[in-house]
Each structure stands twice: as C-alpha cells, then as structure tokens.
Ligand binder design. Sequence first.
Ligand code: COA
Length: 171
Amino acid sequence: MSAALEGVRIIPLEEKHIESYHRCLDAVARERKYIAFVEAPPLDSTRKYVMANVAAGALYFVAVDGVEIVGWCDVVPLKWEGFTHCGRLGMGVSKNYRRRGIGRNLMEVALREAEEAGFERVELGVFASNTAAIQLYETFGFVVEGVLKKARKLDGTYDDVLLMARFIGAT
Ligand SMILES: CC(C)(COP(=O)(O)OP(=O)(O)OC[C@H]1O[C@@H](n2cnc3c(N)ncnc32)[C@H](O)[C@@H]1OP(=O)(O)O)[C@@H](O)C(=O)NCCC(=O)NCCS
C-alpha cells in the first residue's frame, strides 16, 4: 500500500527507516511548538519503543522522499483491558515539506488501515495554538471532546491541549 505524491511515498515504517524517522521527529520537536517533545528521545530508545509498538499492533506510516523520511503518522493502541479498541494518533511533516498534501495523505492511509485493523476510536491531543493540525483533524471528522487548560507552559507561554477523537468502522 502506498500513495504517490510528487515523488513522496506513503509506506509502512520498517526498522531500516528508524534513523531517518528519528531525525524527522527530532527536527519537528525542536521547533518547540507542535508536539509534546522538545527533542526526540535517544535513537536507541526510539527504536525499541517504535518496534515494540509495531509488534503490539501499532500502525506507523512514513512519508519517504528518496530514502529520507519527511513525515509520519502513527496510531498506537491503548494497552489496558477495555481500551484496546482505541488508538492514539500522532503525526508530523518536516517543515520544508508542509502544505503539499503529505499530511492529508498520511491521515488517509492511517485511518483506512486503522479501520482495517479493527480500531473503533482514534484519539489525539493537539495544542490549541496549532491551527494547521486542528484544521486537518476537523477535515477528517475529528471533534473536540475536551480541553486541558494551560496544559503546557513552554518558554513562558501557556497553551491549552484540545482532546479530539473520531470513530471509525462499525461504531
Ligand atoms: C499539521 C501538519 C501535519 C499538516 O501537514 P501538511 O502536509 O502540511 O498538510 P497538508 O498539506 O496535507 O494539508 C492538509 C490540510 O491541513 C490543513 N492545513 C495544513 N497546513 C495548514 C496551515 N498552515 N494553515 C491552515 N490549515 C492548514 C488544511 O485543512 C489543509 O487542507 P487544504 O490544503 O485543502 O487547505 C503539519 O503542518 C505539521 O507537521 N506540523 C508540525 C507538527 C504537528 O503539528 N503535528 C501534529 C501535532 S498534534
């Protein structure tokens, strides 16, 4: 399964992609705006964490330009009994690749495969200041279920976290 997009392909993440995925994650984190990390965790722990998640049924898709990972979207199942029908979604696209439809393509593939895999509910947290991501999520039918007020205080600035979710499949 892959979607062509000006030479950028959307494909499932494999272990060989981890170093490039880690660089992409780290660069987005270091923008200090959009995701909870301000830098990626160390490469080795990222590899262990991601591959353990994949082995446990998580979906990880990456956008690849040549051999470089320029975006990702993951849906990680919640672990606890009674919650495993839920997946937590995370995503990002490298700064220089934004606004070319890569985020939309990643989301399309991830939601299609999440439905196929039997997830019923996909949930996420997004900073209230992140209007681009919120716009994308709303386009795909995510709705705000709650707000964590002033949940982040970074560089002296507070941000709320919106809790968003959408249902898929038979629900
Ligand atoms: C959010 C993000 C993943 C979107 O990826 P992208 O590849 O730039 O998005 P696309 O080009 O596919 O755009 C899809 C839709 O998203 C919305 N969108 C994307 N960028 C936007 C922007 N700067 N302003 C407003 N809406 C925007 C629009 O609805 C857009 O549809 P349109 O092109 O028809 O207007 C990307 O901006 C990003 O990686 N941001 C930093 C990391 C991040 O925020 N991750 C999510 C954390 S919760």
